[in-house]
Design a protein around this ligand. Structure first.
Ligand code: AHG
Length: 336
């Protein structure tokens, strides 16, 4: 029966009771849920609300901000500040740490309010990504140092996908659950419990226009996939590229696959393309919790020690056996 559904609120309360929590964590995730619903509404209204197009400013990364980047950032900051559970926040759109006034909270929030923003104006899926860390004892939450924790320290992570449906996918370190927004009722409903990624796959995702910059290990992997059943893999592979990491990771979670945005000769000086703290780490946490694997090619992503808030990193994640194969190819290339 359609009314016999588990909402995200029910799910969080059940988890709170099961773990004997104080409710702080439920508040945190409830505020994120509200922010994602508001962003979903703005993305959905698109041109009708004048939400498309450039904002006319650059962010700290030197990227042109879209109007929706700015709006989503303001929504995320506002909705999560009011709850009082965060000691500090950091965003892709802000250079430094966002100080939470009168903060008494014990948690830190990092987020990319609208990822894949090149897709906004052409009505293709975009998303929000978030990562929650504990405030380490003795550290000032307004200092970058408090945030520079490896991904293994995350206490929760998730993303909202604004696609043909709006979904919120969440991990608190005990598996991955997906919720679909019922737009008429305004609630997220548990539709994808205990998401698991198959260890093997016939699908990969990479921006092939960057091939000339790739390392030999990545080139070898992709060439072997493209050779299909006539090549060393002995079977055909499919390729997809949305240019929206949330959409890409969601596809991998739903049906397996491997997603690559490797460090290459063009982006190596910056460390890669994707941001470690609010893109790679939360996605790596989700992928591992769903039984997949996430790597730089040479190191488990969640063990990379961050040295700056907006640090970039090479990302290879998805079906465990394919990611392990890519790691092996990097090892062979390095003579390990
Ligand atoms: P952002 O929206 O923060 O600019 O980054 C988008 C990211 C990610 O979502 C996607 O996987 C990748 O950049 C797309 O990169 P290309 O433009 O190279 O395809």
């Amino acid at each position: 029966m359609s009314y016999k559904r588990v909402t995200l609120s029910h799910f969080l309360l059940q988890e709170q009771r099961r773990r004997g929590g104080t409710g702080t964590f439920t508040t945190l995730l409830t505020d994120i849920r509200t922010a994602c619903k508001m962003i979903s509404h703005e993305v959905n209204r698109g041109a009708l609300a004048g939400n498309l197009g450039a904002a006319g400013a650059e962010n700290v990364q030197g990227e042109q901000q879209k109007k929706l980047d700015v709006l989503a950032n303001e929504i995320f900051l506002h909705m999560n500040e009011l709850g009082g559970s965060y000691a500090g926040m950091a965003s892709e759109e802000l250079e430094g740490v966002h100080q939470v006034h009168g903060a008494a909270g014990r948690y830190l929030l990092l987020f990319d309010p609208l990822d894949g923003s090149s897709n906004i104006d052409v009505n293709i899926s975009v998303g929000s990504i978030f990562s929650i860390l504990r405030l380490p004892d003795g550290l000032d939450p307004s200092s970058e140092q408090a945030f520079l924790q490896p991904g293994v320290q995350q206490v929760a992570a998730g993303y909202a996908l604004y696609g043909s449906s709006t979904m919120l996918v969440l991990t608190t370190g005990e598996g991955v659950n997906g919720f679909t927004l019922d737009q008429n009722v305004g609630v997220f409903v548990l539709t994808h419990p205990d998401m698991r990624i198959p260890a093997d796959t016939d699908e990969y995702a990479v921006n092939a226009s960057r091939e000339r910059y790739w390392e030999p290990a990545v080139r070898r992997y992709v060439e072997e996939c493209k050779a299909g059943k006539d090549g060393p893999r002995g079977r055909n592979f499919n390729m997809r590229w949305v240019a929206s990491m949330v959409a890409e990771v969601h596809r991998v979670l739903c049906r397996g696959g491997v997603f690559l945005y490797p460090a290459d000769s063009e982006n190596l000086a910056k460390g890669g393309k994707l941001r470690l703290m609010y893109e790679a780490n939360p996605m790596a946490f989700i992928i591992e919790q769903a039984g997949g694997r996430a790597s730089t090619g040479r190191q488990r992503l969640l063990e990379v020690q961050p040295t700056s808030l907006h640090q970039r990193v090479g990302v290879i994640l998805g079906s465990a056996n394919e990611v392990a194969r890519l790691e092996a190819y990097h090892g062979e290339q390095d003579g390990r």
